[in-house]
Write a protein that binds this ligand. Structure first.
Ligand SMILES: *[C@@H]1O[C@H](CO)[C@@H](O)[C@H](O)[C@H]1NC(C)=O
Ligand SMILES: *[C@@H]1O[C@H](CO)[C@@H](O)[C@H](O)[C@H]1NC(C)=O
Length: 356
């Protein structure tokens, strides 16, 4: 390992440790009774749906009809870092002169890119921090190089180790991007996601253990290293909504993290904002666009990875411009690298980088 990687590794270990001791969510002790109760509550649905200015609709999402609060919390695998701790990480801004559309949806802007609209399922594992990163990078390979490629969440989840966190028990989105830059990620075809049944096994518990790092493609003929795809370098995006919009507009979807409260499990449609319930943890998803609702409310458009029986076909909107649930504070991304891409992109200089 180079000194830089060692330094980063110890930095992230320190960050995870400080999260565990200082994290807001950990301090907010949820009682055993609460943890064992159902996550979906008629009282919450009533509270939201009877609020004339809620702006969103709550419902019993089939995905969580049998989940307890404890089981739901397992999906929220973002270990948060504070603003100060992130100060050594590059922050990208964009020229304010850039003209941006009022509405934007990456699925239609790059309709030739099949991964952008793919709905995934993290199963019963807190791997959201890896999903957001891998999904965004897959989309960005299509946006920049015109290739459809599904990259492997399983590779990062199993092989990033302590640099990223604790696998299914959570990790930091930014460290996932560092892994993508330094180690690359194989394709989904080479290393498919390990959890295909999620919580549908009897009783749902215990949750899955983090899969083992095997470094072999399931198809024995394909070499692991040749399947690797890299990002150029990891960065965060300035929390000004204009910068986030410009980043998505120019370079494709980004990974974002935010605080999940109890009411979010009940989201069905509309523009979400936190109305009721306790904070349960940090969650990472993919941001794919923005717009303004008929009621005049600005929103972000995001894709979750909770399969189609949660929310609006697994998509959701959240209020834009007010840092709702911290969503504008933790935007991470990286640009796809041409390294290893020469077979797929013949005309590209193998060492060339994409500019911002
Ligand atoms: C929910 O859990 C109960 C009790 O564990 C079980 O009887 C029922 O079949 C489950 N329902 C679904 C939809 O999984
Ligand atoms: C990606 O796959 C879709 C569906 O198979 C196809 O329609 C599209 O043309 C592909 N895009 C590229 C850039 O190859």
């Amino acid at each position: 390992m180079t000194p830089t990687i060692l330094l980063l590794a110890s930095l992230f270990l320190a960050l995870s440790a400080s999260y565990i001791s200082n994290g807001e969510v950990e301090k907010d002790q949820l009682t055993e009774l609460k943890l064992n109760s159902h996550i979906l509550q008629e009282s919450i649905i009533k509270h939201v749906n009877e609020n004339p200015v809620a702006g969103w609709e709550a419902a019993i999402n089939p995905r969580f009809s049998n989940y307890t609060v404890r089981q739901f919390k397992r999906l929220l695998g973002v270990k948060q870092t504070t603003g100060n701790e992130l100060s050594s990480i590059p922050v990208v801004t964009h020229p304010k002169s850039l003209k941006l559309p009022k509405d934007f949806d990456a699925r239609t802007a790059w309709s030739q890119c099949s991964t952008i609209g793919r709905i995934l399922d993290q199963g019963h594992c807190g791997a959201c921090w890896a999903f957001g990163a891998v999904e965004s990078l897959s989309d960005r390979f299509c946006v920049h190089f015109g290739v459809n490629v599904s990259l492997s969440v399983n590779d990062i989840l199993a092989c990033c180790g302590l640099l990223c966190g604790v696998g299914c028990s959570g990790g930091t989105p930014f460290s996932a991007w560092i892994y993508l830059a330094n180690h690359g990620v194989v394709t989904e075809e080479c290393d498919p996601y390990f959890d295909q049944i999620g919580c549908s096994h009897p009783g749902c518990e215990p949750a899955y253990r983090t899969p083992k790092c095997v470094k072999k493609c399931v198809n024995g003929n394909q070499p692991w290293e040749a399947s690797k795809h890299y990002c150029v370098k990891a960065y965060t995006v300035n929390s000004d909504p204009q910068d986030i919009m410009a980043e998505v507009y120019k370079n494709g979807p980004v990974e974002v993290a935010f605080t999940v409260y109890e009411d979010f499990a009940h989201y069905k449609s509309g523009v979400y904002k936190h109305i009721t319930g306790s904070a349960l943890g940090g969650h990472a998803v993919k941001l794919i666009g923005w717009g303004t609702s008929e009621e005049g409310e600005d929103y972000w458009l995001l894709a979750n990875q909770w399969n189609r029986n949660w929310g609006d076909d697994d998509y959701f909107k959240i209020k834009r411009g007010t840092n709702e649930c911290g969503i504008e504070n933790a935007v991470t991304a990286g640009l796809p690298s041409t390294k290893n891409m020469v077979r797929e992109v013949i005309d590209m200089d193998a060492d060339g980088d994409v500019s911002f």
